[in-house]
Ligand binder design. Sequence first.
Ligand SMILES: NC(=O)c1ccc[n+]([C@@H]2O[C@H](COP(=O)([O-])OP(=O)(O)OC[C@H]3O[C@@H](n4cnc5c(N)ncnc54)[C@H](O)[C@@H]3O)[C@@H](O)[C@H]2O)c1
Length: 363
Amino acid sequence: MDNLRVELGERSYDIIIRNGSLNDLGEIALRSGLKGAAAVVTNPLVKRLYGTRATNSLKKAGFKPFFITIPDGERYKNLKSLSVIFDELIAKRGERTTPIIALGGGVIGDLAGFAAATYLRGVPFVQVPTTLLSQVDSSVGGKTGVNHPRGKNLIGAFYQPRVVVIDPEVLKTLAPRELKAGFAEVAKYGVIWDEKFFSFLEEKVAEILTLGSSVTEAIRTSCEIKASVVGSDERESGLRAILNFGHTFGHAIEANAGYGRVKHGEAVAIGMCMAADMAESSGFCKKGVLSRIEGLLKAAGLPVVSKIRISPKDYLKALRIDKKVSAGRLRFVLPTRLGAVDIAEVSEAKITEFFRKKTERKR
Ligand SMILES: NC(=O)c1ccc[n+]([C@@H]2O[C@H](COP(=O)([O-])OP(=O)(O)OC[C@H]3O[C@@H](n4cnc5c(N)ncnc54)[C@H](O)[C@@H]3O)[C@@H](O)[C@H]2O)c1
């Protein structure tokens, strides 16, 4: 058994990472102290692929599962879908003890988690992430929420799951583009925390993306790093902000492209390159970091520059609405070397200068 643990006092929980663990979902939920009716929140695609396996396992363990199905896509991570979940829970007489089980990618996990945080002021929550991105990132750490037309994830809550059940085998059905997008978050952990892990990824990138045996190790190390960071700063008052590496620019790209057009992981890949570029050009780190990050991301088939043209003005507009703004100055997570990052506050004038130089270099 390859269990990890997120240490958060009475809210601590296990992350179970094992091929075939989806078949043991019921048993695992039971061992986590859950019982009775269980709401499985999913989307039509994941339901067709894994719904029966999940509910059969739950039934075998004595649960009475029922599905709540939300249409597939980032654009459904909104208040309307949340209402649909509440309506279904009320119709099925969901109680304080009725667990909500998120079966799907990050969209389902974020949405179902926020429903679990708020329905009857909080019901038990189980994460069964089925994309690489959700297995290495969104299912661990308790950030839940929905988008607002003015910005991503603007409405939400910190709410930890009781247990996270990761079955790497379900990645076999994932579209290659989704797998690559998830890999961006895996690469992020190497940059922010562990140069050795980064080198491992450089060596194994092809094998990971064809789901060879290294994929479980890549997921495990990613979850280990995320668990350490979250365990020491659950609510992002300090260290946890480093997980946003690449996300400040990434969110600006997503917002300008329109949600869903650029995948979150793709936007993060471009954002990480922009942040490394900013770090190098401002002397925050030595030259060479950007080229290694670009090299790994390119090897994974990820974009390293935005295909959508975004003007510096539009970037700034989006950056200002992002949550990483502190007293008018914009906060960026920048690498100090490969395997370590720091938070830098950058004035708007400096950001404009960075974009100007970038454009000049392109000419
Ligand atoms: N809460 C957090 O800490 C956190 C962190 C990172 C990202 N996120 C959020 O996660 C979301 C992105 O998550 P995502 O990349 O998983 O996207 P997603 O949930 O939209 O899933 C991507 C696609 O893969 C499909 N899919 C899921 N599992 C599958 C499987 N096993 N086989 C085949 N198809 C499958 C989905 O139906 C969907 O079409 C964004 O909303 C982002 O904001 C949250």
